[in-house]
Design a protein around this ligand. Structure first.
Ligand SMILES: NC(=O)c1ccc[n+]([C@@H]2O[C@H](COP(=O)([O-])OP(=O)(O)OC[C@H]3O[C@@H](n4cnc5c(N)ncnc54)[C@H](OP(=O)(O)O)[C@@H]3O)[C@@H](O)[C@H]2O)c1
Ligand SMILES: [Zn+2]
Ligand SMILES: [Zn+2]
Length: 346
């Protein structure tokens, strides 16, 4: 029997760039037609939250409950909801899209220009005790997965699946994962599942060890080695078929580009305020492709859950924290102390 639903809840709210996150008391939302109230059991902490507090990513909505990797149990269902029952263990897809535009109709809802809600981005997300979501956005979590582990799939693994597909990573390719944090450690595993040879780049030995543990074929410490030279050494001078830049700074962007072989694909996932510059002659001569990957589709979230449920994709949880500890945990993430994901449990 699910517990009674209180009228108020604790939530960590963002109040705009440069403002501290605050733990506050808010009303528990009520599910409307087609909606579900989820009792949050775990919410992953993504680097994107640092871009919010720093003001790099400013979607103009505040106050806002952050957190877009959300897992929990169905607490209540609104009118006209079928196929979902209180007590169901679920992972939440964070985009609520129009369903009618060209992008939604062609299975690319992450690009929908008429997004109706985006949990933890423009509508209240997961650093709270409850969240209201359309029933369509729930993915059942198999018993083989903990809710903490499932939560981390909501962005890290699905972003990695989306980027792997977008880059067309295939059998025998060599790919570089530049930045082995929450998303990068999932990407190492996905690229291996896609049949690639994976070279992981980072600066923190514990993260590089984790990348090896998860299947990376070789690691490069960017503090000790010239990254592009190391990639060429490891590829008989050829360079990589694909490079995923999960940092996107003035330091990493030129190095990432320099890792590519002819026809190689550079995919930006990470970003910063630093501009990207490239020598167009080099792009032309080598027919290089520079692209980027944003978010994921519901179908990709379902795939992440399936792969993790079957034990073929391992969530990497560094620590489990309380809602009170979210601001300090974000600072630990900024300092590079988190290996994989930290997860907040209300
Ligand atoms: N496009 C999308 O859809 C999407 C989705 C999710 C996240 N993101 C973005 O992708 C980026 C990564 O997210 P995340 O959650 O995985 O962050 P994260 O957990 O903080 O991982 C980033 C990793 O990059 C490494 N790094 C930083 N500077 C480096 C450098 N100069 N050289 C080598 N490694 C470096 C850090 O490890 P070391 O300690 O080894 O330096 C860190 O672990 C963020 O910018 C985030 O906002 C984008
Ligand atoms: Zn994220
Ligand atoms: Zn749409």
């Amino acid at each position: 029997m699910p517990a009674a639903i209180p009228s108020t809840m604790r939530a960590v709210r963002y109040h705009g760039p440069g403002q501290p996150l605050r733990l506050e008391t808010l009303p528990v939302p009520e599910p409307g037609a087609g909606e579900v109230l989820v009792r949050i059991r775990a919410a992953g902490i993504c680097h994107t939250e640092l871009h919010f507090t720093d003001g790099l990513l400013n979607l103009g909505v505040a106050p806002l409950v952050l957190g877009h990797e959300i897992a929990g149990e169905v607490a209540a269902v609104g009118p006209a909801v079928t196929g979902v029952r209180p007590g169901d263990r679920v992972l939440v897809y964070y985009y609520v899209t129009c369903g009618r535009c060209h992008w939604c109709r062609t299975g690319r809802e992450n690009l929908c220009p008429k997004v109706e809600a985006e949990l933890g981005f423009i509508t209240d997300g997961g650093y709270a005790e409850y969240v209201r979501v359309p029933a369509r956005n729930l993915v059942p979590v198999p018993d083989s997965l903990t809710l903490e582990g499932a939560a981390t799939l909501g962005c890290s693994a699905t972003t990695a699946i989306h980027a792997t597909r977008l880059a067309g990573v295939g059998l025998g390719d060599t790919v570089v994962v530049y930045g082995v944090g929450g998303v990068g450690l999932a990407l190492v595993q996905l690229a291996k599942l896609a049949g690639a040879r994976v070279l992981a780049v980072g600066r923190t030995p514990r993260k590089l060890d984790k990348a090896l543990d998860l299947g990376a074929d070789a690691v490069i410490n960017a503090r000790e080695e010239d990254v592009a030279a190391a990639v060429r050494r490891l590829t008989d001078g050829e360079g990589a078929d694909g490079v995923f830049d999960l940092v996107g700074t003035a330091e990493t962007m030129p190095r990432a580009l320099a890792c590519l072989r002819k026809r190689g694909r550079l995919v930006f996932i990470g970003y910063s305020r630093d501009p990207f510059t490239a020598n167009t002659l080099q792009l032309v001569i080598d027919e290089l492709v520079v692209t980027a990957s944003v978010g994921n589709t519901l179908d990709e979230l379902c795939l992440a859950v399936r792969l993790a449920g079957e034990g073929r994709l391992r969530p990497v949880i560094d620590r489990v924290v309380t809602l009170e500890e979210v601001p300090d945990t974000l600072e630990a993430l900024r300092r590079g102390e988190v290996v994989g994901r930290a997860v907040a449990v209300p």
